[in-house]
Design a protein around this ligand. Sequence first.
Ligand code: FMN
Length: 442
Amino acid sequence: MSRGNDRWVHTPPRQSATFDSHAIAEIHRAAATGIYDIRGFGAKRQLPHFDDLLFLGASISRYPLEGYREKCATDVTLGTRFAKKPITLAIPITIAGMSFGSLSAPAKEALGRGASAAGTSTTTGDGGMTAEERQHSSLLVYQVLPSRYGMDPDQLRKADAIEVVVGQGAKPGGGGMLLGQKISERVAKMRTLPAGIDQRSACRHPDWTGPDDLQIKIEELREITDWQKPIYVKVGAARPYYDTALAVKSGADVVVLDGMQGGTAATQEVFIEHVGIPTLAAIRPAVDALQDLDAHREVQLIVSGGIRSGADVAKALALGADAVSIGVAALIALGDNAPELDADYAEIGSAAGFYDDWHEGRDPAGISTQDDELAARFDPELGGRRLANYLRTMVLEAQTLARACGKSHLHNLEPEDLVALTLEASAMARVPLAGTTWVPGA
Ligand SMILES: Cc1cc2nc3c(=O)[nH]c(=O)nc-3n(C[C@H](O)[C@H](O)[C@H](O)COP(=O)(O)O)c2cc1C
């Protein structure tokens, strides 16, 4: 309050840009607890993203396709390099690896149901494969993770493809965590670890000291599965050029590149928000590596981290990806953070649209929990239908954009179809700033 012309003038309170309400709350939280914050979801801060790109629809210099009569194909085949049995997906969107443990058994089943109905694959996660997800997934990718929790050669043989996880976009260089409240008897048994005790999983594979070991591991997996199944290598986006090149050199059929917006079930907030590079920034260097090794399209590139819509899918493909993968968006499609549950979220100190305490296992939607009563609230058939609808919608959106650019297959989208709205996006995606021919740094 200050005095001017003999009258007291009230100035409204001003928030500090440096010490904003989140920074202040975080300092209070740290001062009260003495420990870092852990949460689920992906990075929440503003980052350069696909929204910073726009498609240049066709007009006189380009020829669009007719939406109702001319086809725009969407299929993709993964594992064409070495696997005897590559897998073909009807759509270029897969469901990312999310562990049974972080998610309830009915939620895992719903992911399988939804993916299968839409003609795509789903993926296991830390802790192994559940019978329900195998039964309801027409194509199931089996993860081999640093923790090796639940790792079982018989399950490897039951899978349609194998994904060696080196890292995750939410935490490149970091290990996983599943807190005691989610370690039910079933989860514990699958992981051969005690129930109710926090599990912190390894940040690197126990038998690796470098890329040569990755090559040996891939050969071992090929032998176990008789060279039948595609082998993916998943990395968190940090040094995408070198990591992609080394994955290719090690014999990967598919590289999965997970940007820093990538979701997680439970990670330190400081890790989620401060490690790795945005998905948008990771794609071009990875494609460069594939092109330099003459392996682009022979080794397929799956990109993930913050994909929400058909526009995101189309933009990732235009930058050179063969497919994308979704985690958080799939959970939201199942019903996570649904407004109907607002009162239930309020009871546990959150709100619909904001809930990210997936590590606590108290999810009223029954998705990120191992509590039998909460899990029973979730209907896997309904969840599966919702996910399938969402996947179909994204594909329709991507096709709409591709046709407008004159493409008869989503894979024909190319960087030339895009411009950027910001300098950052222009430099990262290497497409011109809208209305100019300028690409910073090119
Ligand atoms: C609930 C949950 C559990 C996850 N569990 C695993 C896992 O077990 N293994 C893994 O490689 N990635 C795991 N992830 C990361 C996803 O596979 C994927 O990389 C990420 O979710 C993609 O980003 P998006 O969520 O923005 O689509 C998990 C993500 C979520 C949201």
